[in-house]
Design a protein around this ligand. Sequence first.
Ligand code: ASP
Length: 514
Amino acid sequence: MHEKKGFAFKVLVGILLGLVLGTLMMQNMPVGIQPGDTLEVSSSNGLVMEVIVPDGKDAAPVNIDGTDTTDSFALAGLHGQAALDGLSDATGQPVTEMITVDRKGVTVKPPATEVVYVLGQVFLRLLKMLVVPLIIATVLVGIASLGNIKKLGKIGSMTAFWYVGTMLVATAIGLTYVNVLQPGQAAAKIWGDEAGSAAIASQTPADLILRIIPTNPIQAIAELDVVGMLFFVIIFAFAMLAMGKRRTAPVFNFFESLNDIIFVLIGWVMSLAPYGVSFLIAHTMATQDVGFLKQIGQSLGLFALTVVLALVTHWIFLLVMVGIFGKMNPFKFIQKLGPAMSVAFGTNSSSATLPVTMRCIDDMKVSKRIRNFVIPVGATLNMDGTALFEATAVLFFAQAFAVHLDVGAQALVAFTSVAAAMGAAGIPSAGLVTMTIVLSAVGLPDSKISLLWAIDRPLDMLRTTVNITGDAATCRIVQSFNPDIRPEDDDVAEEYEPIDPTASHDDPVVIDSE
Ligand code: ASP
């Protein structure tokens, strides 16, 4: 990456412009009522009723007032006075107020917001396009170029130690904040014993374990099943190490070359980052509904604040670890990782950010052999922010349900949160999906998880940023504990024999016992 300092600055300017543009759009072009919204409609004579705006094409329209033919289909996209005009309740009184009390998603937008959406998605899709070849080529080349299984074992166990260790610390920080700030108490007063809305697909520990092994690696690739893909690539690379360099040279050389090509592509896509991040953030802001946010802020505001404080604390903890064990100035680390952190913030996806994280690590004096293994594995399995969020949310629910969780139960929450975070995909809101595992481990119902969707976007922006910071921090630390694997010796291609097309294919297998 050339002119890196200037580039990090441009991405930062992109974030700020995105925030400003999004705020202006939110105020001047509000997204209005959305299909699937639950509205609380009040009329001048004091009648209050709840209306759900249909969200499927075949859904039946709902009469707002029960007397005339106004149907709630017509409300989608309207806001302010326009949404109220002409509506009346069953007694003919005009509707005076309409509050959105639950929102599933934003699909009907003003044209300008739609344009910003498309521009942001162009960048996001270009990044995602690179993820499959990137993971396959880098992990394979990374493991194979470590040379022998002993070295891989050392790097692997150290990486696992730091990944799991920092996730446990993250959960401990989150739990401490919830115990001190007690955000569940505030929510309980407002929720009463009303049940949560829409159910969420639950996952069991067995689902997570079986998901690791793909029955068809090609299908795993096609479906962007990163965990399955990673499993296959890792055992494939193990086999390459076991067979030795001579027999596997053609495969190695192919993937090494593919790796180099993908990195050129990443460089091109990354040059779009300042614009892409800007549009992604502008769209997120533009589709917020201030009234709706205020509404949920009352019950979830303190919880959101607790999560933010805990995430920031953990982020600082990671920087301290980089300074002490990674032997790198934390400010330099932030500056080098800046583009990846902003892309994580804008995309809410560790997987989509992976190409950028890989490029940023290049400037941290880390060997490609270490980077190629530690970062893709981390983007998939190491999620400090997600583990922290899951533990925090579960303790929050326990407080809201007035269920006391003692130290032992909270330790169980910490461990299952780590497992659930490892099982979460590196995509937006994945942490909410695996949260059911943690809830069921301590016997809590998952009926309220859906309430968290409403505030998940901003929280996910921060936890994804923390997630990729954890990957980069561990990478730097593993490098500083393995000074013998030097970035200067990265060019391993010549260790592998060039491909000889006339070679016989029935050479005996040589097990490399180095
Ligand atoms: N969005 C997060 C990530 O990609 C996962 C999550 O916590 O939902 O890292």
